[in-house]
Structures are given as C-alpha cells and as structure tokens.
Design a protein around this ligand. Structure first.
Ligand SMILES: Cc1cc2nc3c(=O)[nH]c(=O)nc-3n(C[C@H](O)[C@H](O)[C@H](O)COP(=O)(O)OP(=O)(O)OC[C@H]3O[C@@H](n4cnc5c(N)ncnc54)[C@H](O)[C@@H]3O)c2cc1C
Length: 450
C-alpha cells in the first residue's frame, strides 16, 4: 500500500486489478431491478463529454446501470471549453447530443466530482463494478521543451488550454477566473489546428479592440466569419492604419508538414506531396483571411526574461530531415514579444493508479482502449490519443463501449444487494454536490450564463 496525494492509503496497481476482477458471490436478495437486458452489470464512466456520453448511451441502452462522473457542473468538456465560442451553432448541437445521451433512466449522473481529487480510482474500483471507462480528455498542455520557461507561466508566457478557456468564458456574467491578455505582437508556438485557433483569437481580439477604439464595428463573430481582411477592406483600412502588427506563428517544420490535413493510411510519396500542397493552400487561405505573420522551420531554444517577466524567445532555424526538425547551427536569434503562447498539443492528466507510457496512459490496444495491467479498466476519446476531433472522439467512445459490452458478457452478474450498495454510494456523491437525480432539472440550473 502507498499513500496518495491526499495522504490516503492507496492500493498498488495489481491490487486494484484484483479488486476490479473480483465480484462477490453472495446470495441474491429479492430486490427488483430493471437492469436486466444485459444482466445485472454496473459500469462507471469518468468524463461525460463527447466520448464519455457516447459510451454512457451505449451502456444505458443495453440496460446496464451506468454511473457517469463529471468534474464540471456541465458535461460538455472541450466542446464548451476548447472549441472556440464562435462555433455557436455547433456547440449548441453538441450540447444537445450530450444531454440526450446522459438523460436516460439507467444513468446516474454525478457532476462536480473529479476522479483523483474528490474520489480515487482505488475507492471506486472497490465498489466491485464490472468495468470502468476513462473518457477524461486531454487537459494538460504538453510542456514547451525550453528548460526553465514554465517559471514564467502567467508572466509573459501562457499555455493554450487556459487561454482558450478564458476566451470562451470571459464574457460570461459569472466569470471570475484569471484574466488573460491578448496583446498585439504575441508569439504563438505551434502548428496544429488548435494553434491556428489561438492565432485567430489573438487577431480577433486585437483588431476588434482597435476598431472599437475608433468607434467602428469590431464584433468578434462578424470578424471571425468574414475574416479580418474583408471588413478592413470595406472600411478602406489596413492593419497599419489601425496600428496593429498582428501575431506571429512559429512552426518547427515546413508548411507541408503541418497537421492541417491528414494523409490516407500508408500514403505513397505522390499522396504525401498532394497532402503537402493542400496544407500549403489551407495555410495561405488562413493567412490571407486573418492577416498574421508565419515563420516555418523555427524552433524555440531559449527565452529572454527581464525582471520576473518573459519578454521573448530565442529561436533557431531548422531543416527537416526524415520528418524531423534538425537545428541549423549558428542560426540562433532573439525575438521580443509582449506575450508568448505555447500551443504544442494537449495530453491527459495523470490519474493515480493508471500507469503512463510517456505522455499518454499505457494502453494495450487503442481499438479496445484496455488499460495495461488493469483488467476491466478502459480509456476512450482524447484521453487515449491526446488529440483528435469531435467525430473521432465520438467514434472512439462507441468503439471502446462496444468492446466493453463484449467484455461484460463474460462477467458475472452482480448481486442485487451489491447494486443497492453501489446506488447508495452514488446517491451520497450526488447529494454532496446538490444533484437531485433529475438530469434536465440540473442542466437547466447550471446552463452557461451569457
Ligand atoms: C482550440 C480547440 C479547437 C478545436 N476545434 C475543433 C473543431 O473545429 N472541430 C472538431 O471536431 N474538434 C475540435 N477540437 C477538438 C474537440 O473539441 C475534441 O477532440 C473533443 O471535443 C474531445 O472530446 P472528449 O470527450 O474525448 O474529451 P473532452 O471533451 O476533453 O472530455 C473529457 C471530459 O472529462 C472530464 N474530466 C476530465 N478529467 C476528469 C476527472 N479527473 N474526473 C471527472 N471528470 C473529468 C472533463 O471535464 C470533460 O468533460 C478542438 C479542440 C481545441 C482545444
């Protein structure tokens, strides 16, 4: 036994595995239950956004009692806090889909409850459930590999995830989180789709601000839809007229390598060349529309600090050899900026009891989501790959849930007394956060204020 972050006794991984696999073999008590379609099985899903809610729906429809634990009041995950808020219609549609999946009589939703903080994995597996699914997404920013830079987080240096969270929420009437800035001339280090959203946020904020300061229309949604160039052209203005330089995106490889379009499986060199051209075109369109600056083949190798603040980065040029960015010696230069935002990817947060393989959970097989060494524990959605999109997360949630359903078929049924004990534990968790058991009533109460 070890102790966890909170000083509680925690079991080792083999002990946890043994608990999950073990189902008590007591006599049934004569409780009536409607969890009969697939036998009396109970499954836990942690994280209730795209991937989690899809798995919940798959289980609940099969008559399985499904406990759905979510750290936030609202279960929308990256749809609410990642996907930028200009996707108004898409966000609403995805919220509705998630709500429809979680609002099922076989689902026990437990909001405002974080695995590893409010309850440990070890505690939950001790409930003798049939399986546990982790659909916790990827909420940790991959660290920017510049030694010492993290000391400046919040002082001239931000990571992408909290910055986008701020952008999505700062206009909420009840927002009281940290205030982020979006100054002109910010450096963004990245190259993936999310980093282009960060660039867009910065451009919309700086140009919108400059237009409004002149009493001109600078509404975020309009600028996002039309791009920055068209509205400025219509006003007969340039970025220079507004006194705005725009932000600068640095990417370590070539434009053709940017993950903006995916090649088919096992691509030929011709297909790769085509994908490269598509990527170049996509980026050019984006540059033309949002008027920022872009530098390919640059990697940060150090930072510049003044007092307690980061005031820029040291970049080196690279050349791409076998797909890798190799630093060209003697090319180092300093670039000053009021802010640097790192957008180099998101990775899952560690969970006590789950072994990591590098930045990701140690998974036996991506298709089944089976967590290595923990029988009955599965991972799905962004939590497995650390990247992806809405459709991929939903499909992966379904794929893993279908595998879990097969796994459950070989599992012994729980005794009704065991199910009653689990229900009591879940009820206590719900009561702790003031959740009455009525999903729609809860969602109406916690719906995002605007
Ligand atoms: C800036 C940005 C732009 C994007 N744009 C697009 C786009 O245009 N199109 C597209 O298809 N995709 C886009 N994506 C990606 C897409 O939003 C995600 O791939 C998808 O929503 C992930 O779904 P998920 O269910 O796997 O993970 P998440 O949405 O991250 O869900 C994980 C859930 O688990 C909960 N959770 C986490 N840890 C715990 C814990 N310990 N205990 C309890 N609950 C926990 C979280 O609160 C969350 O609700 C974008 C992402 C970002 C960041």
């Amino acid at each position: 036994m070890k102790t966890d972050n909170f000083g509680r006794l925690s079991k080792t991984r083999p002990e946890i595995a043994a608990i999950v696999a073990l189902n008590l073999n007591q006599e049934d008590v004569s409780l009536s239950s409607h969890y009969t379609a697939s036998g009396r099985k109970v499954v836990l899903v942690v994280g209730c956004a795209v991937a989690g809610s899809e798995a919940v729906a798959q289980f609940a429809q099969q008559g399985i009692l499904t406990i759905a634990i979510e750290q936030n009041a609202r279960p929308y995950g990256k749809i609410e806090d990642g996907l930028p808020r200009w996707h108004v219609k898409q966000r609403r549609q995805e919220y509705d889909k998630i709500n429809a999946k979680l609002d099922h009589p076989n689902v026990r939703f437990v909001p405002l409850t974080k695995l590893s903080r409010d309850i440990s994995l070890e505690e939950i597996v001790g409930w003798k459930l049939n399986a546990a699914c982790l659909a916790v997404g990827a909420w940790r920013d991959r660290p920017l590999p510049v030694p010492g830079i993290d000391a400046y987080v919040g002082r001239g240096f931000y990571y992408q995830n909290p910055f986008v969270y701020w952008f999505n929420h700062y206009e909420d009437s009840d927002y009281n989180g940290p205030k982020y800035e979006a100054p002109d001339g910010t450096i963004v280090v990245g190259g993936g789709l999310a980093s282009l959203d960060v660039v867009k946020i910065l451009q919309l904020e700086t140009v919108g601000r400059a237009l409004k300061a002149r009493g001109l229309p600078g509404e975020m949604l309009e600028l996002e839809q039309k791009g920055i160039k068209r509205p400025l052209d219509a006003l007969g203005l340039t970025m220079a007229d507004l006194g705005v330089k725009g932000c600068i995106l640095y990417y370590r490889r070539r434009v053709e390598d940017m993950p903006l379009a995916e090649p088919p499986d096992n691509p030929t060199s011709e297909q790769m060349a085509k994908v490269g051209m598509v990527r170049r075109k996509l980026l050019q369109n984006f540059l033309d529309k949002y008027l920022f600056t872009f530098h390919e083949r640059h990697v940060p190798v150090g930072f510049i600090a003044e007092g307690d603040r980061l005031v820029g980065l040291k970049f080196a040029e690279t050349e791409v050899k076998d797909g890798k960015a190799v630093i060209k010696p003697g090319t180092e230069k300093e670039v000053r900026a009021p802010l640097v935002i790192s957008s180099v990817g998101s990775i899952p947060e560690p969970i006590q009891g789950i072994e990591m393989k590098g930045e990701l959970y140690r998974i036996k097989d991506e298709e089944t989501g089976e967590v290595e060494g923990l029988s009955g524990v599965f991972a799905l959605g962004n939590a497995v790959t650390g990247k992806g999109n809405i459709l991929l997360s939903m499909k992966h949630g379904r794929l893993v849930a279908q595998h879990v359903l097969k796994y459950l078929a070989g599992q012994p049924e729980l005794q009704l007394s065991q199910i009653a004990a689990i229900e009591a534990k879940v009820k206590a968790l719900q009561e702790r956060v003031g959740y009455s058991g009525n999903y729609r009533e809860w969602i109406a109460k916690v719906e995002a204020p605007v």
